[in-house]
Design a protein around this ligand. Structure first.
Ligand code: NAP
Length: 300
């Protein structure tokens, strides 16, 4: 295959390009994850950050064709905005309404999403299953939307409930899901949650509360948690959030968001290269970037 060959991570005339298209992209772990896997596998590829303003998206996507990119990831704020410029879109991306991976084939751009797969694989890797369990998702933004489709289409939880502060927004998503896939997404106001807290086995947190730098904050106070529950917090910086610390103290199992990040990346990598890489390469790539960042911070 064109991408194979033991080039030890060097960029040369034959190197094909991959990248991440978003704004901002400077703190993304994706270049570090993918380039480390590329070097470990000796592939003739390089993965670059592509910071693009929304107004420049169409030209950027045209350039991907011109420059013979192998593919790109798409991150915030462009996951929906790229869709009109693609030649083909997967059924899953159409349903979810977002694309995080573009594959360039013979000048055509094919868009799909690997976020759903990454979310499920991150949970599986931690030794847990959604099947047969009542699940509550906190938040109703872009990520909650992807996860609701993932849970209702790809695994078999006994219930999926959305707990968020904007009931109208949750209701709109539930109606859309009913219409598109005929599945039942239950909705709950966030302030009603305490009354229902013992009904759930898995809690999935999708709001930004607790993310770096506000690492002491948590959407859920400790008294909302029940021993034995599994708390899956999608935040990966920090790797252990205040919510996860409270959950552990309460006797809950916890899963952080790094696994989802790694596994959505692996799923994209497989689509581009046909190679199923060792997840350790992706985790090592992240650790290397974290060490470089810690060193740079210490030198300041
Ligand atoms: P988003 O579309 O902006 O949605 C954020 C959600 O959080 C909305 O439902 C918002 O509710 C809610 N929220 C924000 N502040 C709140 C507050 N004070 N109280 C209650 N709800 C609040 O963002 P997103 O794209 O879904 O991403 C959310 C988070 O998911 C990110 O910050 C990131 O940590 C995580 N994530 C992780 C991965 C991974 O690979 N691990 C991938 C994607 C995202 P309102 O609409 O009412 O404001």
């Amino acid at each position: 295959m064109h991408t194979q060959g033991n080039n030890h991570g060097r960029i040369q005339g034959s190197t094909r390009l991959l990248g991440i298209l978003g704004n901002p992209v400077s703190h993304s772990y994706s270049p570090a994850m993918h380039n480390h896997a590329i070097a470990q596998l000796g592939l003739d590829l390089a993965y670059v950050p592509l910071k693009v303003e929304t107004g420049g998206l169409e030209a950027c996507l045209r350039s991907l064709r011109e420059l013979d990119f192998l593919g790109v990831n798409v991150t915030l704020p462009h996951k929906q905005a790229v869709m009109p410029y693609l030649d083909e879109i997967s059924d899953l991306s159409r349903k979810i309404g977002a694309v995080n991976t573009i594959i360039c084939r013979n000048g055509n751009l094919f868009g799909t999403t690997t976020d759903a797969e990454g979310f499920l694989a991150g949970f599986r890797e931690a030794g847990h299953r959604f099947d047969g369990k009542p699940v509550v998702i906190f938040g109703n933004g872009g990520t909650a939307r992807t996860l609701a489709f993932a849970l209702l289409l790809m695994v078999k939880p006994s219930r999926v409930v959305l707990a968020a502060r904007d009931r109208a927004k949750s209701g709109k998503l539930a109606a859309e899901i009913k219409d598109k896939i005929g599945a039942e997404l239950e909705i709950l106001n966030l302030d009603e949650y305490p009354k229902h807290r013992s009904e759930f086995e898995v809690l999935v947190h999708t709001t930004p509360i607790g993310m770096h730098p506000k690492i002491g904050e948590s959407l859920l106070p400790p008294e909302w948690l029940e021993p034995g529950q599994i708390v899956y917090d999608l935040i990966y910086n920090p790797e252990e959030t205040a919510l996860m610390r409270h959950a552990k103290a309460k006797g809950c199992a916890t899963v952080g968001g790094l696994g989802m990040l790694v596994h959505q990346g692996i799923a994209s990598f497989k689509l581009w290269t046909g190679i199923d890489p060792d997840p350790a390469y992706f985790y090592e790539g992240i650790r290397l970037q974290q060490s470089r960042e810690a060193l740079a911070a210490a030198e300041k």
